[in-house]
Design a protein around this ligand. Structure first.
Ligand code: ADP
Ligand code: MG
Length: 615
């Protein structure tokens, strides 16, 4: 038999490589943006059509290419950035593998126009599926314009695999943000469907963050600085009170490259742990500047993973830097030198004596005392704080003695006991309910004590209600007296558009006003006096999180996001009628025992358990 091994043609090899490097339009956009930065540009435009499926174009004012280089740039392993294996240890550019352009050229139709400042004319090259279609001089501005048209045109299977335009655009925005966050000194413009999505002028990091994520960030950022011989750590963490329900804004950059690093993320999580609720995540923008020979960036084709030589030392340094930053922020109000408008602090006249502020402590304060601020006593107060003079009455309580007798009987599975009955009402003296710590609802029942988590219970109630509306397509809206205009970040605005029809069914009367602005004429009746923008942001936030984590059905996802955001929160004082109505509504649900995200809504402390405790 003759030999059977042969080398693959370049075009095939490039297509295979493309599978690794270019997974979706966003990866192609990222490669082009990085090349523009490596070319020394300080003004970069990204133009997207049809979520990158039809066009991804990057125009830069960088160094441009000579005619030969322009042609060479599409060859596999063709790069101007390294020439020697030892260069791998001193990389300061974003690219170095010389693979991106060859890969992209294998799977798209490409038009490259480029001109160096010293050249009279530029050069225009057209390539389709690795094949050069034309190559001629042309008039061009200094720099490079790179258009990728019809990505995956020759691999229908890959093209079919792409997600909805909203999803693909979201990925592009994410890549764009990761690049823009590293180069505040570069001007970036992002056009989507001929509309300007971002216009980022040259500025400093703090302002760049604010122009990407909203002006509110100007007052939310705490600087982090730690300079050592091994590594410089700089950047910002977001104040603990703005911790998010999703992992949204967590950015690590190493020598200007965005990376994921669960181990270092843990250092930050840890530093924040005591300061934020356990189901929230801190936001951060942290930059490591380190000698390239201390890291290995070559471990992943998309280069989002980096190995540090001294992982543990870096962990310790980051941890201390973040803790220090948090500590300083707690002691001193932050004064912003970066914002253009300074804060006016009028100095006190010299004659005024300054006293150190004193703290008043209420010595009688007892956090376990359920008496409310308004002096209103919960209806079940005698159980909470038994009046010892009345103890006979308490123990002679009919309900109590009846319960005592029943413990002697074999107990059914407690959960079944409640859910198979006609709701809990029949078993619970509904008068004997009270709220504990404005967090739990406690009620006695035949088999013991029923403890309900008020927030999760309400989430369950709302979730089923919203899901029903979405499924039956019937919902009502409560008109606002005055329409509210709200503006969102471009990426959030895209999501809002994706779920606009459903939000309408759920009671949000929304109008898209263009430019990421929406007018809200009405809201769901379930909304109390909540801030409408905050609620919508929360819904978008949750929706994103669920999309990532559980590829849920859209309706379920949305009903869940709404429920979480409109629910009665922990810490809210409830009136007795509200408590009773919540219990009724909970047990009218199809699945009262779990919250929409699968956590228990209630627990039963059985009499036998209580008896054991007293043994
Ligand atoms: P890498 O970036 O890893 O070197 P690429 O395939 O992305 O590989 O690019 C190949 C080469 O083409 C680069 O090394 C660079 O010399 C040149 N090049 C690519 N894009 C540009 C650009 N926008 N401006 C100038 N030169 C570029
Ligand atoms: Mg490159």
């Amino acid at each position: 038999m003759s030999d059977i091994i042969h080398l693959l043609p370049d075009s095939v090899a490039n297509q295979i490589a493309a599978g690794e490097v270019i997974q979706r339009p966003a990866s192609a956009a990222k490669e082009l943006l990085e090349n523009a930065i490596d070319a020394g540009a300080d003004d970069i435009k990204l133009i997207i059509k049809d979520a990158g499926k039809t066009l991804i174009q990057v125009i830069d004012n960088g160094c441009g290419m000579s005619e030969t280089d322009a042609r060479m740039s599409f060859e596999r392993h063709a790069t101007s950035k390294i020439s020697d294996a030892k260069d791998l240890f001193t990389i300061r550019t974003l690219g170095f593998r010389g693979e991106a352009l060859a890969s992209i050229a294998a799977i798209a139709q490409i038009e490259l126009k480029t001109k160096r400042i010293e050249d009279e004319v530029g050069i225009c090259i057209k390539i389709e599926g690795s094949e050069v279609k034309s190559h001629e001089p042309c008039s061009a501005a200094n720099g490079t314009s790179f258009s990728i048209k019809n990505l995956f045109f020759n691999i229908p299977a890959r093209r079919k695999f792409l997600k909805s335009n909203t999803t693909e655009l979201r990925h592009i925005i994410e890549e764009f943000q990761r690049v823009a966050l590293v180069y505040p000194e570069i001007k970036f413009t992002f056009f989507n469907e001929n509309r300007e999505l971002f216009q980022l002028s040259k500025s400093v990091l703090k302002q760049r963050i604010a122009s990407l994520f909203g002006a509110a960030y100007n007052n939310r950022l705490i600087p982090v600085v730690q300079k050592t011989d091994l590594v410089n750590i700089t950047g910002f963490i977001v104040k603990p009170e703005f911790a998010k329900k999703t992992r949204g804004e967590q950015y690590f950059f190493v020598n200007g490259r965005y990376i994921r690093h669960p181990y270092l993320n843990h250092a930050i999580d840890n530093a924040f742990r005591e300061l934020i609720p356990s189901d929230t995540f801190p936001s951060y923008f942290i930059y490591f500047d380190i000698n390239p020979n201390e890291i290995d960036i070559n471990i992943h084709p998309t280069k989002t993973e980096v190995n540090f030589e001294n992982n543990q030392v870096i962990y310790a340094m980051l941890s201390s830097a973040v803790k220090q930053a948090l500590g300083k922020f707690n002691l001193t109000p932050s004064i912003d030198f970066d914002i253009e408008k300074g804060i006016d602090i009028t100095p006190l006249p010299r004659s005024v004596e300054v006293n150190q502020p004193t703290v008043k402590v209420d010595e009688n304060y007892n956090p376990f005392d359920v008496e409310t601020q308004h002096g209103e006593k919960p209806s079940f107060q005698h159980h909470q704080k038994p009046d010892t003079r009345n103890w006979q009455k308490l123990y002679g309580d009919e309900e109590f003695t009846q319960n005592r007798q029943e413990t002697e009987l074999p107990q059914e599975d407690d959960a079944k006991l409640i859910f198979t009955s006609q709701g809990v009402e029949a078993e619970t003296g509904t008068d004997t309910v009270f709220q504990l710590h404005n967090k739990y609802i406690v009620s006695s029942m035949r088999s013991g004590l029923l403890v309900i988590d008020q927030q999760r219970a309400h989430e369950r109630v709302l979730f089923e209600r919203f899901l029903e509306k979405l499924e039956s397509q019937k919902g009502t809206s409560q008109q606002q007296l005055f329409p509210v205009t709200v503006q969102f970040s471009p990426s959030d605005a895209e999501i809002l558009k994706e779920i606009e029809a459903e939000l309408k069914i759920l009671g949000f009367d929304i109008e898209d006003f263009g430019e990421n602005t929406f007018i809200i004429n009405g809201n769901p009746a379930e909304m109390n006096n909540q801030d409408i923008k905050g609620v919508l942001e929360g819904i978008i936030e949750n929706f994103k999180k669920n999309l990532k984590e559980l590829a849920k059905d859209k309706k379920v996802n949305l009903a869940r996001s709404m429920a979480v955001n409109l629910s009665i929160k922990q810490g809210r004082k409830l009136k007795t009628e509200e408590i009773k109505s919540l219990i009724d509504q909970l047990f009218a649900c199809r699945m009262p025992e779990v919250s929409p995200d699968g956590k228990p809504t209630l627990r039963i402390l059985t009499l036998s358990y209580l008896d054991e405790q007293f043994n």
